[in-house]
Design a protein around this ligand. Structure first.
Ligand SMILES: NC(=O)c1ccc[n+]([C@@H]2O[C@H](COP(=O)([O-])OP(=O)(O)OC[C@H]3O[C@@H](n4cnc5c(N)ncnc54)[C@H](O)[C@@H]3O)[C@@H](O)[C@H]2O)c1
Length: 266
């Protein structure tokens, strides 16, 4: 896979892990369509680039919007790369909360709709476009896709049932996607990030002090180094999975050997 001259879709591509990946792809000579719901962030991020990065305002779970994003990408050149970073944190709640009250089903549905169904929606539509294009090598290779889960797919913490289920779904799709898409020469891998320094922790009504305390508890579970991951460390792994033609059907943690404790508040 020659990144230079290829077109890439990066969802969530204007913030955090996706922004670092978009930037690295541009540095390596790709043209990037950065797909994101956040128009303000998208426009200010895209303003740092010229024609090599276009922001496309879309919801990953929406069929028509993602078809339009794929059409835009295909109009720029061969769409060979898709990196699905868009995702949302889910406010924590136990399956049975105080009261006792059951976990809100709407919240569970939203977590799965965005994180799992959205990722599949982009994967299937980007892969369909790749399948229409000519192979770039003698083995019939047409493209590569990297999906983003979370270490919560393996060690989901107390209160994380919806997010963990959605992210485990992404990990679970990896091998069947790679098998399905082998027919059209497309590889699929998944990255499970540990704790990375991105805006994803800025949600809800938490103060900056509470956010810092939460992040410190998470990185205490790192083996080494005991710090937040740098989004560029994620981006270099994502690009290796895209470029390395023998990487396929694999799910990889990048987490400083962290194994998250059962309860983040203990
Ligand atoms: N940062 C971490 O520590 C960490 C750890 C594990 C997994 N992850 C996963 O990595 C991915 C990237 O997260 P990040 O930390 O860079 O967060 P982030 O909040 O900086 O970026 C996520 C981006 O996705 C976009 N987005 C959310 N829902 C969308 C939708 N329906 N359609 C289009 N765009 C949407 C947001 O607007 C945002 O710009 C997410 O899937 C997240 O779950 C992050």
């Amino acid at each position: 896979m020659n990144i230079k001259g290829s077109v890439a879709i990066v969802t969530g591509g204007v913030s955090g892990l996706g922004a670092a990946t978009s930037r690295l792809l541009v540095e390596r000579g790709a043209r990037v369509v950065a797909v994101d719901l956040n128009a303000r962030q998208g426009e200010s991020f895209a303003a740092q680039f010229g024609d090599e990065l276009l922001f496309f305002n879309a919801n990953i779970a929406d069929e028509a919007e993602i078809r339009a994003a794929v059409d835009l990408a295909a109009s720029l050149g061969p769409l060979r790369i898709c990196i699905n970073c868009a995702g949302m944190a889910v406010p924590p709640a136990r399956t049975v909360g105080r009261g006792p009250t059951p976990y809100p089903l709407d919240r569970f549905r939203m977590a799965v709709e965005v994180n799992l169904i959205g990722t599949f929606n982009v994967t299937r539509l980007a892969a369909t476009q790749m399948a229409l294009q000519e192979p770039y090598d003698a083995h019939g290779s047409r493209g590569a896709i990297v999906n983003v889960g979370s270490v919560a797919a393996c060690d989901g913490q107390t209160g994380q049932v919806a997010y963990a289920a959605a992210k485990a779904g992404i990990a679970g799709m990896t091998l069947p996607l790679a098998r399905d898409l082998s027919a059209v020469g497309i590889r699929v891998c998944t990255i499970l990030p540990g704790t990375f320094e991105t805006p994803i922790y800025q949600y809800g009504a938490w103060t900056q002090e509470q956010i810092l305390d939460f992040k410190n508890k998470l990185i205490a579970d790192n083996v080494h180094p005991k710090r937040m991951g740098d989004p560029r460390e994620f981006a270099t792994l994502a690009l290796e999975l895209i470029q390395n033609e023998f990487m396929n059907g694999e799910t990889i943690r990048i987490d400083a050997a962290s194994r998250m404790r059962a309860n983040p508040n203990q």
